[in-house]
Each structure stands twice: as C-alpha cells, then as structure tokens.
Design a protein around this ligand. Structure first.
Ligand SMILES: [Zn+2]
Ligand SMILES: [Zn+2]
Length: 186
C-alpha cells in the first residue's frame, strides 16, 4: 500500500458530521477526505482506489511511451531502407543516362564524320583548278578538331537529391480532443 498524505476534507469535519453526507463514490461510507485525484469528498477506501487507478494509468502511459520509442527506432530502420531504395533508383537512372548519352554521342560523332567524308567526296569531284580554294576552306573548317581542345561536346548534369521531410508533423502533434461537445459542431 502506498503512503498517502490526505488533504483535509473540503467541508470542515464539524459541518461534515452535521450534514452527515456520504462518500461521493460509494455513497455508503461517510465522507472522510478530499480525493487527491479528483478533489471530491470521498471515504478513505475510495480515495485509495482513485489514487491507485491514477497511478496505474501513469504506469501504463510510461509503458506506452517506451513502446513508442521502440516504434521510432523501427521507423528509422525502415526509412533508411527507403532512402537506400531511392539511392538505387538514382543509380539506375544515372546508368540509363550514361547509356542514352553514349548513344547520342555515337550519333553526333557519326554526323561529324559524315561531314568530313562528304568534303572528301566533294574534293575528289572538283576540277584541279578549283581544289586549292576548297582545300583552304576545309583546313579552316576542321581546325577546331584537335585532341587537346576537347570542347566539341558540352557535358553537364543536375545533381539528384533525396528529399526527406516529416509528413504533416505540425497538425499531427497538435492536441486533438477525443470527444467533441455539441457546441463544437455549431
Ligand atoms: Zn467511498
Ligand atoms: Zn478521485
């Protein structure tokens, strides 16, 4: 049995005995103390019952909070897995982008090669007296193609990001009454 220091009853004992009122809880024994839990005038047995049940509720809520700590740990593990899955999706997309770029590059290079082949063909079909001028124009057309100057193709990419946010945390954390009075609906 827990040791409890009782509050003095709200009505003075003299007044209580004169009115001879019974416990608000069991309605059988006379009022003896003011309950620490609900402040009602009750008998000692009912006061002890009230305090015990309040203590039990506190213990069970502590148990619930500890369980929720474990739930948060499991949510963290699960969310890490989902972050890894997002990362895998990014890697798959990056590989697909590499393959797409390779294909596009091959097409662009082939187009540039075809231009050079066309010039070669054009030159071979020119009469000799027209060739020197054409050769000059070819030289100026191809001078940008060097091994050192690697700027024929520009390459850039956007850095992918994994967005992690809390879902509507503000509204969830607000106290929501379990029961609404009729006034709340008016
Ligand atoms: Zn009682
Ligand atoms: Zn009580």
């Amino acid at each position: 049995m827990r040791s409890i220091r009782w509050n003095t009853p709200s009505p003075p004992p003299s007044k209580q005995s004169s009115s001879n009122r019974n416990c608000n809880e069991c309605h059988k024994k006379p009022q003896q103390v003011q309950c620490l839990h609900c402040s009602q005038p009750v008998c000692v047995e009912c006061a002890q019952k009230h305090v015990n049940s309040a203590m039990n509720e506190s213990e069970s809520i502590v148990h619930l909070l500890n369980e929720k700590l474990d739930v948060l740990d499991r949510i963290a593990i699960n969310t890490r897995q989902r972050i890894i899955a997002e990362r895998d999706k990014i890697v798959q997309k990056a590989d697909a982008e590499r393959d797409r770029s390779f294909k596009l590059l091959a097409e662009m290079v082939e187009k540039e090669k075809q231009k050079l082949r066309d010039k070669n063909k054009e030159l071979s079909e020119l009469p000799l007296n027209e060739r020197p001028t054409f050769i000059q124009s070819i030289k100026s057309d191809v001078q940008h193609l060097t091994d050192k100057d690697n700027t024929l193709f520009n390459i850039s990419s956007k850095m992918p990001q994994i967005a992690l946010t809390e879902t509507a945390s503000n509204s969830r954390n607000k106290f929501v009454p379990l029961f609404y009075s009729e006034e709340d609906y008016e």
